[in-house]
Design a protein around this ligand. Structure first.
Ligand SMILES: C[S@@+](CC[C@H](N)C(=O)[O-])C[C@H]1O[C@@H](n2cnc3c(N)ncnc32)[C@H](O)[C@@H]1O
Length: 300
């Protein structure tokens, strides 16, 4: 395949993308032309909030074509129809065939959560020191154990799971709200929780969770959010600050008396607004911090 690559100002990206689509590009991707330089612009917003800007000042637009002739013809047509005003053609280059599956897999290695608790991709050998482990194939869902928010939740589960209460399991009945790959629910099972509900709004996450639970030989119930019923000794939710604010009454209503609420996906600068949002029900406190993200917990 061949890639036609263009440099465009913000206001030309959409029209050019549509034109490339119409010219039978197999795919069109857009990235910040100033990425990894001092001029790089962060462009992300939280779910439900508008991004700070619609596009980058300068974008690199890359269109993939089935062969070199198709890429060159698309360039010529764009030029004669004046689509490239204010844009610069960076070139037409061949895209070398790669084993994309192997490349993706190579970027996900075993991760240690504690010295003896590891998250291990299904295609890797178990490290010798992994006395407890989760075998994971994240598929299309979030949750590989490499993100600080997931890691902090897993550390909390491992720490809590290692405590010895007078009776029963320290995690008790568990709700994983926003389960993604199911990693937190499976970790809870590995640390002895017996009844686990894992819920998500994304059907792909539910499929992945069910598959990962089976691969790890653990029992859990995966379903849409209305699967969560009653009170739980442990409620885990690694989502983001904005949905966590909205979900405050719902999540708190699911925490059993003396149960634990564990929230992640919160940036350090969002701690006070989360405390305020949960204050009518529980006193949230920061329990862990990693790379600018915080873990907040409360006992009901
Ligand atoms: C950051 S991922 C966390 C995945 C996993 N629990 C972990 O800790 O790595 C957040 C997940 O929450 C789900 N989610 C987002 N908003 C939700 C909502 N309102 N109710 C339930 N799930 C939600 C997303 O689909 C996504 O799978």
């Amino acid at each position: 395949m061949f890639e036609l690559s263009l440099l465009c100002p913000e206001d030309r990206v959409e029209v050019l993308g549509d034109a490339l689509d119409a010219l039978d590009a197999l795919s069109v991707s857009v990235e910040d032309a100033d990425a990894r330089t001092d001029a790089e612009q962060a462009l992300f917003g939280e779910p439900g909030m508008p991004p700070p800007r619609q596009g980058w000042q300068r974008s690199r637009v890359a269109a993939l074509f089935v062969n070199e002739a198709a890429a060159q013809q698309a360039q010529q047509l764009l030029e004669v129809q004046d689509f490239l005003a204010d844009c610069r053609v960076l070139g037409v280059t061949q895209v070398v065939e790669q084993d994309w599956v192997r490349l993706t897999q190579s970027q996900f290695a075993p991760v240690d959560i504690t010295p003896d608790f590891w998250i291990v991709p299904t295609w890797h050998e178990l490290p010798a020191q992994a006395r407890r482990s989760i075998r994971l194939d994240p598929g299309l869902a979030f949750g590989t154990g490499t993100h600080p928010t997931t890691r902090m939740c897993l550390r909390w589960i491992a720490r809590r799971g290692a405590t010895r209460p007078a009776s029963g399991n320290p995690l008790g009945r568990v709700l994983d709200y926003g389960c993604g790959s199911g990693i937190l629910a499976i970790a809870a099972a590995k640390f002895g929780a017996t009844e686990i509900d894992a819920v998500d709004i994304d059907p792909a996450a539910l499929d992945t969770t069910a598959r990962n639970a089976q691969a790890n030989g653990v029992q859990l119930h995966a379903g849409l959010p209305d699967r969560a019923q009653g009170r739980y000794q442990t409620v885990l939710a690694n989502i983001l600050a904005a949905p966590l604010r909205v979900l405050a009454p719902l999540l708190c209503a699911h925490v059993a008396p003396a149960g634990n609420l564990v929230l992640a996906g919160i940036l350090e600068r969002q701690v006070d607004e989360l405390k305020a949002a949960y204050a009518p029900w529980v006193p949230l406190e920061v329990a862990d911090v990693e790379d600018g993200w915080t873990l907040m917990t409360a006992t009901h």
